[in-house]
Ligand binder design. Structure first.
Ligand code: CP
Length: 365
């Protein structure tokens, strides 16, 4: 049913678009997140994303994140392929730095909605190999597609391409800068796992102690996740950052943490906090200068680590030795489900940015 700017679906009838999304670990059902909102998805707030670039998590408020995640849940719980939400739209995925998940999940998201994709899987196949500037590449993109999804090792690349690019730009990772769509899909996984976290009145028993094992200042995925997590006051009880660095937070987030009601502590002793954490977000790969480095690699999680029985582990992947494969077959493994949900969250974002939210009304008809 469509009621003004609200889409309402009967989730008792809905079956997930795909029964099995990840091979091991937790399965995350999208329906409880919809049921928690009486099956309603408010798309009015998301309409403001039409034609907008997505560059930084600070663009988002809490309710927009929740509405995007509910839209992703709607897409995951429903077979939307017949209504072809992105028919006639072309997404350009321009990746000047390696990726497994981000590029392919964006491309899968667009193709499954009947959008088309122009893919640059490696910047060396563009005129960049001949010394072409990003600004000139942006100028060319204007006539080739409708949205650009770019990853680049240079933090300033977003500004460079936007000198001439008129299309909406989705930042898929800029050096040690930000990875905003990763943070959105991270929260999509968390809200599916515990829908009460979406509520401004999250019951005390449902609130989480969030542990971040890594260095937000140098790791873009961790930085964006921490930035978005600060919005969830009252759901995130406290945050503990575990890092071997003396000052792991970095300038970008220092003032946001100071202004936020969520207490944030830093320790270099993972054993001090591990058994009190409900959610552990871990990463070791940092992009520093012009290459990947391993930071905080002395912190390792294994199936026999002293975790709370119902604690869940998140990881943006790719992993190194910090996340042992002995955890894969356990219920602590939320990282595969987190990655699997990326397609639906990125579908929701593409539909909003490309101004096709009205198409979703047909789901409920
Ligand atoms: N999480 C993430 O950004 O993965 P990829 O580097 O494989 O895109």
């Amino acid at each position: 049913m469509v009621n003004g700017t609200t889409i309402e679906i009967d989730t008792t009838e809905a079956t997930p678009a795909r029964e099995q999304t990840n091979s091991k670990g937790l399965e995350l059902d999208p329906r409880p997140l919809l049921n928690a909102a009486d099956g309603q998805v408010d798309i009015e707030r998301l309409e403001k994303l039409s034609g907008q670039s997505v560059l930084h998590p600070k663009q988002f408020d809490r309710q927009t994140v929740v509405d995007l995640c509910r839209t992703a849940a709607l897409l995951e719980a429903t077979n939307v392929e017949p209504i072809k939400p992105l028919d006639g739209k072309i997404a350009i995925t321009a990746f000047f730095e390696a990726s497994t998940r981000t590029r392919l999940s964006f491309e899968s998201a667009a193709l499954r909605l009947d959008g088309k994709v122009l893919s640059v899987p490696d910047g060396r196949v563009t005129g960049m190999a001949k010394g072409e500037s990003l600004a000139d590449i942006g100028e060319m993109f204007n006539t080739y597609g409708d949205v650009v999804i770019m990853r680049h090792p240079d933090t300033n690349s977003v500004n460079e391409i936007r000198r001439n690019l008129d299309l909406p730009l989705i930042n898929a990772g800029n050096g040690s800068g930000q990875h905003p769509t990763q943070a959105l899909l991270d929260w999509y996984a968390l809200l599916k796992w515990r829908p009460a976290l979406a509520s401004a009145n999250c019951p005390e028993s449902q609130r989480i102690h969030l542990g971040i094992v890594g260095t937000p200042g140098s790791m873009r995925a961790v930085k964006s996740f921490l930035g978005l997590s600060l919005l969830f006051v009252g759901a995130v009880d406290r945050i503990t950052i575990v890092s071997e660095m003396a000052d792991p937070v970095g300038l970008d987030l220092e003032s946001a943490i100071e202004d936020c009601a969520v207490p944030v502590a830093v320790t270099n002793d993972v054993q001090e906090v591990l058994s009190s954490l409900d959610v552990i977000y871990i990463n070791s790969i940092a992009f520093l200068g012009d290459s990947y480095r391993e930071l905080d690699s002395r912190f390792k999680l294994r199936a026999d680590s002293s975790l709370k029985p119902d604690a869940v582990i998140m990881h943006p992947l790719a992993r190194r030795d910090e996340l042992d494969t002995s955890l894969d077959a356990t219920t602590h493994n939320m990282y595969f489900a987190q990655a699997a949900g990326a397609v639906f969250l990125r579908q929701a974002l593409l539909i909003a940015v490309l101004g096709r939210l009205d198409k979703l009304a047909q789901i409920a008809e």
